[in-house]
Ligand binder design. Structure first.
Ligand code: SAH
Length: 357
């Protein structure tokens, strides 16, 4: 019988499993605490459970703790980047960022990505597989390790490798697990989910009534420019995407953040700012839209150059758009997502080639 990753189970599912094993319901609560608060790595450490129950658990389940293959701490700020090794040998990236309101973890949701955005370091490597909810949680638990309670992760952004809405069920499960009062108890108000614009999934998310902040990676205000940058735009063009954003706002009352990587000469002109104004002003019934600007992070194999985010911010102000410029963190440790995994994979491939030669 194949064992189940017990860290994937919600409290009510754990209660069902305990019931099936003939254990009382409060055992499930104890178990959940051991797994998600005390974060032990073996059933034997669960000292208030009988030896017999520990052995039964051991037969059916395993505890999937993630291991860090590499940890890089920035010398210019407090950013830490982790290359997390999954139990099947795959790797994903997690970044821990220090903000004045607390530490935020940027986590990956897939090994690789199918979306093919032309400016992204992960795109050329393709898609390998979805992460489980436990593997998303594991990134946060690993980033918490060794930190005093006051420095624990206070917020999460799903902006690492992968497209969260392409791994919908596992991401929703992750959100439910991380916000369990009996476990990590993180407020979903401190969680942002970033999508390249999978319209049906945005509409589905709107119905979940989860108070996460939705971020949409926009990067362009016309279909021509956006389709050239992001293939997903050919499937769900801007008119459909904006309709979905409007519906999301109507259903949740929550404004969406738009991500915009400023690329010199491609999307940073006064005309682009005017087009962005025309596109976004009507979306939130008169409330000002919010755009998060980041100078594009140049990636090997592309010729994209960073544009001036500050200059573009000023252009957007004239368009009644609130724009903030995202601080670039951890530049000395390849903290731009996807770069560390990519460099590591390429290095491994080179070493293998050398060995083979
Ligand atoms: N797939 C999701 C989340 C992962 S990417 C999404 O598309 O939103 C996280 C953010 O980083 C997205 O806004 C993405 O467009 C952006 N991004 C990717 N590569 C980048 C680069 N080279 N420079 C700047 N932003 C980049």
């Amino acid at each position: 019988m194949e064992k189940t990753d017990i860290l994937n189970l919600l409290p009510e599912e754990l209660a069902e499993e305990c019931k099936a094993m003939g254990a009382p319901a409060y055992r499930a609560k104890q178990l959940f605490r051991w797994l998600h608060v005390r974060r032990v790595s073996s059933f034997a450490e669960m000292t208030d459970l009988s030896k017999q129950f520990q052995q039964e658990l051991q037969k059916q389940f395993y505890i999937n703790r993630l291991k860090m293959q590499q940890t890089l701490a920035s010398h210019v700020d407090d950013t830490v980047k982790y290359l997390c090794r999954l139990s099947d040998g795959n790797c994903v990236e997690t970044v821990r960022m220090a903000y004045h309101h607390g530490a935020t973890a940027c986590i990956s949701t897939q090994v690789g990505c199918k979306m093919g955005c032309t400016f992204c370091a992960s795109a050329p490597l393709g898609f390998v597989r979805n992460l489980t909810a436990s593997e998303m949680l594991g990134q946060i638990y690993a980033a918490d390790e060794g930190c005093p309670a006051s420095e624990r992760i206070a917020g999460v952004v799903l902006m690492g490798i992968g497209e969260p809405l392409d791994n919908y069920d596992n991401v929703i499960r992750f959100l439910r697990l991380i916000s369990c009062p009996e476990g990590r108890n993180m407020s979903l108000r401190h969680v942002s989910l970033s999508t390249c614009g999978l319209v049906p999934m945005i509409l589905r998310l709107a119905q979940e009534a989860l108070p996460v902040t939705l971020a949409v990676s926009l990067h362009a205000a016309t279909d021509d420019v956006r389709s050239a940058l992001m293939p997903i735009n050919r499937r769900y063009p801007l008119a459909e995407l904006m309709d979905a954003c409007r519906s999301y706002f109507a259903a949740t009352g929550r404004r969406i953040t738009f991500e915009y990587a400023v690329i010199a000469g491609k999307n940073d002109t006064p005309q682009a700012a005017a087009e962005l104004g025309t596109l976004l002003r009507p979306v939130f019934s008169g409330q000002r839209p919010h755009v998060n600007l980041i100078p594009v992070n140049p990636v090997a194999g592309t010729d994209f150059q960073a544009g001036s985010a500050q200059r573009f911010r000023k252009l957007l102000e004239r368009e009644s758009i609130n724009a903030t410029v995202r601080r670039t963190l951890g530049e000395d440790i390849q903290a731009g997502c996807g770069q560390l995994r990519r460099n590591t994979l390429e290095q491994t491939a080179n070493e293998t080639n050398l060995k083979g030669a």
